[in-house]
Design a protein around this ligand. Structure first.
Ligand code: ADP
Ligand code: ASP
Ligand code: MG
Length: 437
């Protein structure tokens, strides 16, 4: 059994939904995870923004536009009056719910419920289409099994028990459809796994069901060796170790949600990245492969802030670093990169929501400087430190670009550098030329 996840573009039109239906019906009782149709989650976010501002006409305009789109999708996707009526009823239920928020003050719980509607519609439409085609598929409601703990981590025992029970209750099913991204939180409220979270859903399901493979189907033929949005001539990487894929996903390779590699890695389930529009292409296999001594790919993580704390005697002063880290910890703010010297320490964060308070507290220990609009560029591969030249080539490639911080040796898999956002595209291209041409 495989877990097959299809992203927004893969189910972005009636034709694409029909195409996906052909890919998933291979007689193997696969679990299929669907995202919302492309653009839908963005529209839902926009609706919540208008509602938070009390701008009901703004929300209405987006809701009406989205409703017209789904009416067209239903008309083009389904042929029989019976299934068109069932699909229309499902779409109408979602839009009545959205419209019911016009008369309410939006809360966080309401926002989460609104954001969940995209996946609920796409799976309902797929289920109608498969039924019309005579396929016995079973819809597994993610809100009945996918749950997170207070920490935000998935509640694996709960997910496993509930999901297995739902599957056992449908012995006749040829395949299973479920929603990516959406879940319940520890209080039972509707929640989500953050933007792009359908990949994470697929990986969690693959892990709890001990699937043969987790397939992430998207609009590109695998993990490329650099970000194709900024660099021309990038190429797919055929094989990545779990750790390499985790570094790339965390440091900005949008093709994978940052958390998605871990459940697969812990259960040693291969993850394959495939292109819906080119199903025969080999894509990228992420697995527990042997080290091969090669550089694999480059990624960039945006919106990074660097914080430098200077103090007279830092490393000599016992407990200094502990106090610095504790300050970030008190505000539940994770640190991405760090560099130390005797007179100061620099760290980077991507979440700056508590930065003012953190900086205020850090001023007890030293002089604090904040630099915004930075980017972490991450070069990933099998970088055993005994093999020379990797680090030299990376720095040579960046000889014309000011580098604010460097991190090497945290793992065998990455070298990260911090540069200004305005130098990002230049740095990505320079690294590609030096390392891959
Ligand atoms: P989906 O909607 O299927 O989840 P995403 O948009 O989240 O798809 O991810 C696929 C996109 O990721 C690609 O279209 C590509 O622009 C972008 N991307 C960024 N970095 C990479 C990379 N290193 N390799 C492949 N795609 C990448
Ligand atoms: N629909 C959600 C999003 O757009 C989740 C996903 O596509 O993975 O972020
Ligand atoms: Mg995605």
């Amino acid at each position: 059994m495989k877990v097959m996840k299809f992203g927004g573009t893969s189910v972005g039109s009636p034709e694409r939904i029909k195409h996906v239906a052909r890919l998933i019906c291979d007689g193997q009782r696969n679990v299929v995870v669907l995202s919302a149709m492309s653009g839908t989650t963005n529209s839902l976010v926009e609706i919540t923004e208008y509602l938070y501002k009390g701008n009901v006409p703004g929300a209405q305009e987006v809701v009406n536009g989205l409703y017209a789109k789904y009416q067209k999708v239903v008309a083009e996707l389904l042929e029989t009056p019976q299934w068109r009526a069932i699909a229309t009823a499902a779409v109408d239920r979602v839009f009545s719910l959205l419209r019911s928020y016009y008369s309410e003050r939006l809360t966080e719980a309401g926002e989460k419920e609104i954001l969940a509607q995209g996946e609920l519609i796409s799976t309902a439409l797929m289920q109608c289409y498969l039924s019309e085609q005579g396929v016995r598929s079973e819809l597994l409601p993610a809100l009945d099994f996918m749950r997170t703990l207070e920490s935000g981590e998935p509640d694996m025992p709960h997910i496993s028990t509930r999901l297995r029970r739902l599957i056992d209750m449908a012995p006749q099913a040829e395949l299973f459809i479920t929603q990516g991204y959406i879940c319940r939180n520890d209080r039972g409220g509707i929640d989500n796994l953050r933007r792009g979270g359908s990949d994470y859903t697929a990986s969690i399901i693959g892990a709890v069901l001990e699937a043969d493979e987790i397939q992430i189907w998207t609009d590109i033929d695998g993990m490329h060796n650099n970000d194709p949005r900024y660099v021309e001539g990038t190429r797919p990487v055929s094989s990545l170790h779990f750790e390499e894929a985790a570094e790339l996903a965390y440091f900005g390779a949008k093709i994978l949600h940052p958390a998605c590699v871990l459940p697969a890695k812990l259960h040693n389930i291969p993850v394959r990245l495939l292109n819906t529009l080119e199903p025969e292409a080999p894509g990228t296999l992420i697995h527990n492969c042997e080290p091969d001594g090669r550089l694999k790919a480059i990624a960039a993580k945006d919106n990074i802030t660097a914080v430098k704390i200077k103090s007279g005697r830092m490393l000599l002063a016992y407990g200094f670093l502990h106090r610095v880290f504790e300050t970030f910890d008190n505000y539940r703010t994770g640190i991405d990169m760090m560099a130390t010297s005797e007179v100061g320490v620099s760290v980077t964060v991507d979440d700056d929501s508590h930065l003012a308070a953190i900086v205020d507290d850090l001023k007890h220990f030293g002089t604090v400087t904040v630099e915004r609009d930075m980017v972490i560029i991450c070069v990933v591969g099998d970088l055993q430190w005994e093999s020379c030249r990797f680090q030299a080539r990376v720095l040579e490639a960046l000889e014309d670009i000011p580098v604010r911080m460097i991190s090497y040796g945290g793992s065998n898999y990455n070298i990260s550098v911090l540069v200004r956002s305005c130098d990002k595209v230049k740095a990505l291209n320079a690294l590609s030329r030096k390392l891959f041409d």
